[in-house]
Write a protein that binds this ligand. Structure first.
Ligand code: C2E
Ligand code: MG
Ligand code: MG
Ligand code: MG
Length: 277
């Protein structure tokens, strides 16, 4: 259950170096075998209410177990798999693992919590992918409202994506899925898009919480919480590591906190033991 910090061991080789290119080729070649050999593992990180301390949900985060290199983190293979389309199959794999987990929890009589999966923007070029996912959920007998999709802000980098994403969100809701906007505020500002997209939750990037001693920083957070409330969107604060951040977020009425302060992402069995009742 011990996890390195995200990005800590990002890259075994220098970007663009000959070794790196060779390693990328190797990773691409390994993909199929790793997928069928179950070398990709789904870790879970809790989303906790700062008011009640209850675990309200979880995010699924993928790890890759390499026979020689050990654990490989998403930052090291996701950009690569986004370039060659493997990411879509990996996301569906993660989604299916999550469905299987929810089915298992239900059979164990556990209180179900929604689990979110990250969706690469590559999916949005094939509009039928949501139907496929709802068929998978049906196969496991999982209620779609226990499943949430996280769309990262960078999904909107291309202007013409906006209508496609809007339509996909409508489709997600029609099928009963939940949907959240990930890494909100990390780069490209989507404040203007908030009124366009009917998302259920806003995941506020950890950049907002890095300097909570500054009054300005606290004011920005308080305003974002107000804004979300007005829009009837739940708030999730990402990357929270310190108790005083939790105190402020509780005061500011933030709905959920996801961060090392509560737990690093952990394997599913560890998650069940620690966070499921
Ligand atoms: P994300 O979706 O924003 O996920 C949150 C990341 O922040 C995770 O990194 C998590 O381990 C890390 N994190 C959580 N709490 C803290 C904290 O308190 N401090 C710090 N410093 N970091 C924290 P991870 O697991 O390395 O994933 C990185 C990114 O890779 C994710 O960012 C997501 O965009 C992508 N990713 C992960 N799994 C998948 C997947 O199955 N499919 C796709 N398409 N993308 C994925
Ligand atoms: Mg995410
Ligand atoms: Mg069942
Ligand atoms: Mg995020």
């Amino acid at each position: 259950s011990s996890e390195k910090k995200a990005g800590e061991d990002c890259g075994f080789y220098d970007e663009g170096s000959a070794e790196r290119l060779k390693w990328e080729e190797e990773m691409n070649e390994m993909f199929e075998d790793s997928l069928s050999g179950h070398d990709f593992q789904v870790f879970l990180q809790p989303k906790v209410s700062p008011k009640s301390g209850e675990t309200k949900g979880a995010e699924a985060l993928v790890r890759w177990h390499h026979p020689q290199k050990g654990v490989i983190y998403p930052s090291d293979f996701i950009p690569l798999f986004e370039r060659n389309g493997n990411i879509c199959r990996l996301d569906v794999y993660v989604f299916e693992k999550v469905c299987a987990l929810l089915e298992k929890w239900e059979d164990m009589g556990k209180k179900l919590i929604p689990i979110s999966v990250n969706l690469s923007r590559q999916h949005f070029s094939q509009p039928e992918f949501l139907e496929e996912l709802s068929v998978i959920a049906g196969r496991y007998g999982v209620r779609t409202d226990m499943l949430e999709f996280e769309l990262t802000e960078s999904i909107f980098l291309e202007e013409n994506q906006i209508d496609i994403v809007k339509e996909s969100i409508r489709q997600m809701h029609k099928l009963g899925f939940r949907c959240s906007l990930d890494d909100f505020g990390s780069g490209f500002s989507s404040l203007g898009l908030l009124k366009e997209f009917d998302v259920d939750a806003l995941k506020l990037d950890r950049i907002f919480f890095q300097d909570m001693h500054s009054e300005k920083a606290r004011d920005v957070i308080a305003c974002l919480m107000e804004l979300a409330k007005k829009l009837d969107v739940k708030t999730v604060a990402e990357g929270i590591e310190e108790q005083e951040q939790v105190e402020y977020l509780r005061m500011a009425d933030c709905d959920m906190i996801q961060g090392y302060i509560y737990s690093r992402p952990v394997p599913a069995d560890v998650f069940e033991e620690r966070f499921l009742r």
